[in-house]
Each structure stands twice: as structure tokens, then as C-alpha cells.
Design a protein around this ligand. Structure first.
Ligand code: NAD
Length: 485
């Protein structure tokens, strides 16, 4: 069986321990994954520290050239990477090719351009004092990834880190190790020197936590659950390591009665069911004006029931399967609990046994109680809850009645209301009259228990830079402070 290695200092590393990964749609065993220990994390950190001396000193324009080269090579290998991605995640091939891989290419292109535009500032404080700020690469960074967008999220982390001059120790999810390794190999083929990107495969408890605790690591960029994010905060206190945390979400989508219903329904099909709802910005709470909720539900349920669920590698499939059996069980038990707590099942609510793997039918549940588990917890599956509101004020209260603050949407033809409500919704990434699609030019990240720090945009690059101030005396003679003796 194929073996998925780690990549340390440019060499593929095999360890004594491995786990078997299956294709979640066909249930075929697809590869053995190398499981590393603290020893390999240490090797990777040392290799990244050595490589930092070279990579951080390259002119930004040269790093940018290499990043452009990476984006071109990924474009050329898009189809192969998409197939690997779909095989290990269960997401439709159409989504891998037309959304995820396109996003990967665009992210590398965007940061390729920014690599030569890292600027500090200068300030004349007074006629004898000039202050200059210098932006420097922060050092060796640890990057820890989830399984839902393995390649896109790897690009969101690797591209700004490389552009800034940092070197990397990256741990993919143990469920999706293969695509990320291929991406790192492409980066090396495109000119990234050995040791700049190190991929360490393994569990979160062993490899993840030892990356977080390692003294060589200057910053951790983590994407994953809020529960693990809190563990990382604790572990990072040993070295006071800088953190950015992209955690869970429970996005509301507020739909006022004057919305363009056709566009709104279309956006909410993607909002709720893109990537099987295994999406941190997935719309999981549809908040609908009571004046239109019945009409909305009738059309929405009918459209969702027509989404074509099928084997992910079939290019016509519109929704695939969930990542693993435990995850399928978790999603199903949330639905069961939501219904037991008074939710009205409008569609789905069961596994799809037409296919061998972990398929769950697109599910819609109407709720009227904010204590319902489906209003509060992140399900991370194809499950959308709908609830009505009677006034603008109530819509805002419901939208914010969550411990998360990652994303959300607002639908209305009234521009003043749209802007007013967008100011009141406490989430880091909002859409008005559209939903979904995060582009590299825009800063992305959540509030409250969705984490802190930003990815993407110029703010995403700044996460990998530190600011040094240099004050320069430009006068002839310093004034005296201590007497004249
Ligand atoms: P997870 O938190 O279980 O795991 C994420 C990663 O952390 C994995 O690589 C895992 O091995 C590692 N890990 C586990 N324990 C660790 C520890 N103690 N120290 C260090 N690393 C550890 O999340 P998941 O199940 O892989 O992904 C789903 C979650 O990710 C959802 O909550 C989702 O909302 C979140 N997510 C957030 C965003 C975002 O941008 N905010 C994007 C995608 C996914």
C-alpha cells in the first residue's frame, strides 16, 4: 500500500509507526500514514531554524519569484491534486477542482506579489530624531491544519509565511496528510530550498502539542476546533509563543422580507451544503423574517432535495460524503438531539445508504428555541437550522446569541439597513446579498470563541512579521543629563 511520508530538510522520512487511512466514500484502504514522535518534530524545527538563515535573507522579490513559480506548477498539477484531495476528504471533485485548487493558485499568486512589498515606516520625531520601523520575519513558524480544506488552508498558511521570509514546520490533519505533502514537494520543485517547509505527520496529542511547545517555534498558526484551540493557548504559555487561531463557527444568515429570494436561495444552497457543510463559515442558522419564512422554506426544501449526492470522484456529484465514521455518528447524533429538543425535521436527517461510505443526506430542521443544540453547537455537516424573527432588533439579537463570531450574512434591498445590521453583527467576515467565497485579498478571521488573528490579505502577511523600531539621532551633539564632571 502507498505510504505517506513526512518531509524534513528536503528528505522523505518514514517512521516505525503508521495508521491506515481509508477513502471515506468507497471505504477502500488508500494509504499508510507515517506517525511521527517528538524526535521528528525536533529534527524538523532544527532544519527550519537552519533554513531560516538563508530564506529570510533572500530579497523579497526573489522569494516572490519562487512563489509565482509555485502557483504556476500547482495550476499545471491541479487535476492530480484535486483527485488526491477528493480521495482523502470525500468532497466532490468539482469542488476540489473549481474552488479549492483555484483558491490555492490565487493565494500563492497574491502573496508572490506581496513578497517584494514588505515595508516599514519612517517618522521625523523632531529635528534631531528619526524613527524607522523595520518589518522582520518572525522566525520558524508552526502551522497546524484541520481536514476540511487541506490544500486551501495549507496555501493560506504556507504562502504568507514564505513571502515574509519565515520557515515552516507544518502538521496536516492525520485524516488528510497526502495532498499537503504533495503541495510541499511542489514548493521544493519550484525552488523553495530544503528545510524551509517541513511536513511532520502524526497525531495532535503528540506531534501537534510538541510543535506548540518547541522552543524554536516563534509563532503558531492553528486552524481547527475551539476545544483544541484552547489547549494550544495553554501549551503556548511555556514559551509565550505568538498565536493566531482560526476556530469554529455557527454562522447566521439574516434574511429580511425584501430580499431577492432567488439569489438568496441560491447562495444558501452553497452556504449550507458546500463541502457537505464541513465548513467553518457554513450557514447553519438561517434567520428568516416571519413574513416570508413559509414561502422561503417551501422553495429552499425543494431545491435542497434536488442536490445531487453521489460518489465524490464523479464530476456530476454536487455533495459528497463526510470525512469519517465517528464524524458521521456525531452529525447524526446532533440531528437526533435537535429533533428531541423540539426541532421539526423538514428534510434528510439520516445517512444515505445508496453509497458505501459515510454519506449523510442534506438536512433542514426548523427550530423555535435558542436552547436547541442546533442553535448553539457547531455540527460541521450538511445540517441547516431555520428560525423566524419578528423585527430587525430580534434578528440581531439572535445572530449574536452564540459563543462564536466567525462569519455571517445579511439579505435586504435596503442598503441603509444592510450597513446598519452589518455593524451590529459581531463576526469577523460578513457578506451582504451574497454568501461564501473567501478571497486572498481580504483579511479573514473570527471574533469571540472563533479565535483571533487574521489570515489572508495584508493583515495575514503581518501575522508572520515582527516590527522593530530604530530611533536615530541626527543632531551634532547629544544634550547632557549628568552634570559636567
Ligand atoms: P481539530 O481541532 O480536532 O484538529 C485540528 C488539528 O489540530 C489536527 O491537525 C489535529 O491533529 C491537531 N490537534 C489536535 N489536538 C492537538 C493538540 N493538543 N495540540 C496541537 N494540535 C492538536 O479540528 P478538525 O476536526 O480537524 O477540524 C474541524 C474544526 O476546524 C471545526 O471546528 C472547524 O470549525 C474548524 N475550522 C475552522 C476554520 C476557520 O478558518 N476558522 C477553517 C476550517 C476548519
Amino acid at each position: 500500500m502507498k505510504y505517506i511520508h513526512s518531509l524534513i530538510n528536503g528528505e522523505l522520512i518514514k517512521t516505525d509507526k503508521s495508521i491506515t487511512r481509508e477513502n471515506p466514500a468507497s471505504l477502500e484502504k488508500i494509504y499508510e500514514v507515517s506517525m511521527c514522535s517528538e524526535k521528528e518534530v525536533d529534527l524538523a524545527c532544527n532544519s527550519a531554524q537552519k533554513a531560516f538563515k538563508v530564506w529570510s535573507k533572500l530579497p523579497g522579490s526573489e522569494r516572490g519569484e519562487i512563489l509565482f513559480n509555485i502557483s504556476r506548477r500547482i495550476k499545471d498539477k491541479s487535476e492530480t491534486l484535486s483527485k488526491i484531495n477528493t480521495n482523502e476528504t470525500g468532497k466532490p471533485l468539482k469542488e476540489s477542482m473549481l474552488v479549492e485548487l483555484k483558491g490555492v493558485v490565487k493565494t500563492f499568486e497574491y502573496y508572490a506579489g506581496l513578497a517584494s512589498k514588505i515595508n516599514g515606516t519612517s517618522q521625523t520625531i523632531n529635528e534631531n530624531l528619526l524613527s524607522v520601523t523595520i518589518k522582520e520575519a518572525i522566525g520558524v513558524v508552526g502551522q497546524i491544519l484541520p481536514w476540511n480544506f487541506p490544500l486551501l488552508l495549507a496555501a493560506w498558511k504556507i504562502a504568507p509565511a514564505l513571502a515574509s521570509g519565515c520557515t515552516i514546520v507544518l502538521k496536516p490533519s492525520e485524516l488528510t496528510p497526502s495532498g499537503t505533502l504533495e503541495l510541499a514537494k511542489i514548493c521544493e520543485d519550484a525552488g523553495v530550498p530544503p528545510g524551509v517547509i517541513n511536513i511532520v505527520q502524526g497525531s495532535g496529542e503528540v506531534v501537534g502539542s510538541s510543535i506548540v511547545k518547541h522552543e524554536i517555534i516563534s509563532k503558531i498558526s492553528f486552524t481547527g476546533s475551539t476545544k483544541v484551540g484552547k489547549q494550544i493557548v495553554k501549551n503556548s504559555s511555556e514559551n509565550l509563543t505568538k498565536l493566531s487561531l482560526e476556530l469554529g463557527g455557527k454562522a447566521p444568515n439574516i434574511i429580511f422580507a425584501d430580499s431577492n429570494i432567488e439569489s438568496c436561495i441560491e447562495a444558501n444552497l452553497r452556504g449550507g451544503f458546500f463541502n457537505q457543510g464541513e465548513n467553518c463559515t457554513a450557514v447553519t442558522r438561517l434567520l428568516i423574517d416571519e413574513k416570508i419564512i413559509d414561502e422561503f422554506i417551501e422553495i429552499y426544501v425543494s431545491k435542497v432535495s434536488k442536490i445531487n449526492q453521489g460518489m465524490p470522484n464523479d464530476i456530476t456529484s454536487e455533495i459528497g460524503c463526510l470525512i469519517s465514521e465517528p464524524h458521521l455518528k456525531k452529525v447524526d447524533s446532533y440531528v437526533e438531539q435537535g429533533v428531541a429538543e423540539g426541532g421539526e425535521l423538514l428534510l434528510g436527517g439520516e445517512t444515505n445508504s445508496e453509497f458505501p461510505g459515510y454519506f449523510y443526506k442534506p438536512t433542514i430542521i426548523k427550530i423555535n428555541d435558542t436552547n436547541n443544540i442546533l442553535f448553539k453547537d457547531e455540527v460541521f455537516g450538511p445540517v441547516v437550522s431555520v428560525m423566524s424573527f419578528a423585527s430587525e432588533e430580534e434578528a440581531v439579537i439572535l445572530a449574536n446569541q452564540t459563543s462564536y463570531g466567525l462569519a455571517g450574512g445579511i439579505w435586504t434591498q435596503d442598503i441603509s439597513r444592510a450597513i446598519k445590521v452589518s455593524r451590529l453583527v459581531d463576526a469577523g467576515y460578513l457578506w451582504i446579498n451574497t454568501y461564501g467565497g473567501i478571497i486572498p485579498e481580504t483579511p479573514y478571521g473570527g471574533f469571540k470563541q472563533s479565535g483571533y488573528g487574521k489570515e489572508l490579505g495584508i493583515e495575514g502577511l503581518n501575522e508572520y512579521l515582527k516590527t522593530k523600531n530604530v530611533s536615530i539621532f541626527t543632531g551634532d551633539k547629544l544634550p547632557k543629563w549628568y552634570g559636567n564632571n
